[in-house]
Design a binder for this molecule. Sequence first.
Ligand code: HEC
Ligand code: HEC
Length: 337
Amino acid sequence: MKQSKDFLLRSLTLAVAVSALSLTVQAEEVPRFPVNNPEVQEGQYVHVPPTMEDLEEAEMHPELKRVIRRGYDLFMNTQQLRGKNVFNSMNCSSCHMGEGRLPFAGPVWPAVVVLPNYRPKNDHVNNLEERISGCFSYSMNGVPPEYGSDDMLALTAYHHWLAKGVPVYQPGGNMYGRGYPRLEDPKEGMDYDRGAKVYAENCSICHSDNGSGLVERGEVVFPAVWGDTSYNWGAGISRHFTLASFIKHNMPLGRPNSLSEQEAWDVAYYIDSQERPQEPRYTGDVKETREKYLDTFHKHTSYGLEVNGKLLGDHDNVGEKDFLKPDVLRPRTFTAD
Ligand code: HEC
Ligand code: HEC
């Protein structure tokens, strides 16, 4: 079922208002601009995911509701798995904003309706559990919960709930606001100094001058944008185009789409020119690792490049964890005939 655009816009404005509301507790002065996201294009599939309030009303077995509630709780407060599966200051909701429901903010329901599918990043057919594992290994700089475990079941159940009513095997390119849709290439390239200025003026108030954000009593108030407690060099958002789009459509918090596209590219480049935990696929040599995953990934990152005289990613620092590569990243292929 396609909802009307008005309804979509109302829900989105509401979602942003809600996140801006929770923000006023931390930063009183942030103005609330309208969302201003791109228009729905002809033929695009629009889905407004159900909320947790809808879940309470839904006709479902109470046991299923209980599992979905647990998945929601893990998605919003993934820090409860810190030291076990998560080794940085990140929740799933740090990047998948509005409870994983918002378009242009990495809504997670599309994964449910396009998977299982072939994924170039790891060169085999992935299911939803493996896709979620990817974000644990890179974005959370951690190790995924076991396949089939309670936590994995709960997380996948929450993803499925958000996809309620969407036909399966949707063609990937045609879903409104999927992922972090790519901006036009920057007219003036990407520039470190311009990016530093954008950061100082718009971002450091929350994410701090050294990128470490703010964690209070085990709760992530502002996630880290670089450094030991941020995502690692293999994370999808470390690609310039992904980060630029995330920033354009979602940051500064409460003022989405207030930066120009050029400013978003510049500040993404600035953030990507800082250090973060080692890429889990590191071979021991940063240039070699960059080369090995160049086409499928690193041609879009600053990893293994020299910026301001320092070679990025040239170290053994894996952040807070005590391993480089989680087991789940061991190569696997579909072996049956
Ligand atoms: C540091 C940012 C970040 C964090 C934290 C993060 N992700 Fe992601 N996630 C991404 C990016 C980037 C993508 C790829 C989006 C794209 O391709 O445009 C992605 C993609 C996904 C997808 C696929 C969506 C699709 O359209 O197919 C799922 C599912 C997902 N993440 C789940 C999770 C879960 C669950 C967690 C928490 C355990 C999590 N992510 C944490 C950045 C993040
Ligand atoms: C008012 C506080 C605030 C400001 C200002 C702000 N952010 Fe954020 N940012 C957040 C919060 C909070 C999140 C996590 C999302 C959530 O919990 O809703 C976040 C998430 C992020 C993330 C994804 C998670 C991570 O840590 O990597 C990036 C990247 C980011 N912000 C970049 C920026 C940039 C660039 C700017 C400036 C243009 C900016 N932010 C301004 C509060 C802020």
